[in-house]
Ligand binder design. Structure first.
Ligand code: DGT
Ligand code: CA
Length: 358
């Protein structure tokens, strides 16, 4: 299966978080300050595009930013706890669509789109992620999609803000042919200057040299990596580092149907797949949901939460079947896609402990 990776980066994140809880800020320059102990001093950690138009930017002192500000500019002290809460909600949405998610900062994560098979489908999923984040939280983000982390990250900044840019594997060369070395991940000012000494400005200039040239310029760790980057090669894997809050399995039914006997086969199949996943996570769960997408592309969710943990695949099947029956008795719609989800987890420590006690 071809590897397809996405990188999601929230736009002017801290500033956007402030704007969504106070709509009167919209349209004004908004600057987020990390205050220092000394009164009236601090550093700018981010600002929105209206403030960037005034040449205010992250890393700048508060004093300088105040000189550049106009009368409508709003300065706000950073509220990290609130931003972290929103960040969790954003990446929970990504988790819902993708199994492997690696968060790399408060507002950035890589995610694996490989099992959505093909760039068209990957693009659709990326768009859905953007739409869900916008409709549920009111935040915009930019997503890049490509065959590896390098290309996904580079693609994410092409259409920033609120962008989506896809570079399928067969377009990597033409994409890189337009990029400068400074666009490559890990190339800061120092590296750029060293490249310049050898006449290297564009990514493709690197290709005129050998890997050992790059090792002699940048050392054995960075040299080979940058050499590979020049050819669009990046083997780094996604290292999932988020605790899963829910697990789900979804499929499209062969033919739209409202016949219990037809749909229940799909539900049982999904429950078997899901149960295998649950066992590998070693968690207990209490809420089961059936997610139904109709032929009119409406999404309906039916859930049941038990007072005790669900203990077997049979119990999971029985509840899923009940939820399906209840949907069919209330609706006349044809079912196109169906999913089963479990949530409300607890660590399954009792069982683990017993195993280790012996
Ligand atoms: P963007 O992605 O260009 O639209 O703008 P941001 O603001 O999302 O920038 P990014 O992705 O580099 O950083 C994400 C958030 O992390 C940003 O909103 C504020 C915070 N941040 C960035 N740089 C610093 C820093 O140097 N110190 C601290 N404390 N926070 C920072
Ligand atoms: Ca960002």
């Amino acid at each position: 299966m071809e590897r397809i990776i996405g990188l999601l980066d929230l736009d002017y994140f801290y500033a956007q978080c402030e704007i969504i809880r106070n709509h009167s800020l919209r349209g004004k320059p908004v600057v987020i300050v990390m205050p220092s102990i000394r009164e009236n001093s601090g550093v700018i950690v981010t600002c929105n595009y209206e403030a960037r138009a005034l040449k205010i930017k992250a890393g700048m002192s508060l004093a300088l930013a105040k000189k550049l500000a106009n009368s409508s500019t709003i300065f706000i002290n950073a509220d990290k706890e609130y931003y972290e809460e929103l960040s969790v909600k954003v990446f929970d949405i990504v988790d819902y669509f993708c199994e492997k998610v690696e968060q790399v900062s408060i507002d950035e994560a890589y995610f694996d789109l490989s099992n959505h098979v093909g760039y068209d489908r990957a693009q659709e999923v990326a768009l859905k992620i953007k739409q869900r984040i916008k409709s549920e939280l009111g935040l915009t983000c930019s997503i890049g999609v490509g065959p590896n982390k390098l290309i996904a990250k580079m693609a994410s900044s092409v259409k920033k803000p609120d962008g989506l840019f896809v570079v399928p594997s067969f377009e990597v060369d033409s994409f890189l042919s337009k990029c400068k070395v400074s666009d490559l991940m890990g190339v800061g000012e120092k590296t750029e200057i060293e490249f310049k000494k050898h006449g290297v400005v564009n990514v493709f200039d690197i290709r005129k040299f050998s890997e050992s040239d790059l090792i002699s310029w940048f050392g054995g760790a960075i040299g080979p990596r940058l050499y590979n980057f020049a050819f669009g090669v990046d083997e780094r894997v996604i290292e999932s580092n988020r605790e899963k809050k829910q697990l789900s399995r979804v499929m499209t039914i062969k033919e739209d149907s409202k016949d219990f006997e037809v749909v229940v086969g799909n539900v049982d199949f999904l429950v078997d797949l899901l149960y295998k996943k649950i066992l590998s996570f070693n968690k207990k769960f209490r809420t089961i949901s059936l997610i139904i997408v109709t032929d009119k592309m409406e999404t309906i969710t039916k859930s049941r939460t038990k007072s005790s943990d669900i203990s077997s695949v049979d119990e999971l099947k029985e509840i899923s079947r009940d939820l399906l029956k209840s949907f069919l008795s209330e609706s006349n719609a044809y079912i196109r896609r169906i999913g089963v989800r479990v949530s409300n987890f607890e660590e399954n420590t009792g069982f683990q402990k017993k195993l280790f006690d012996y």
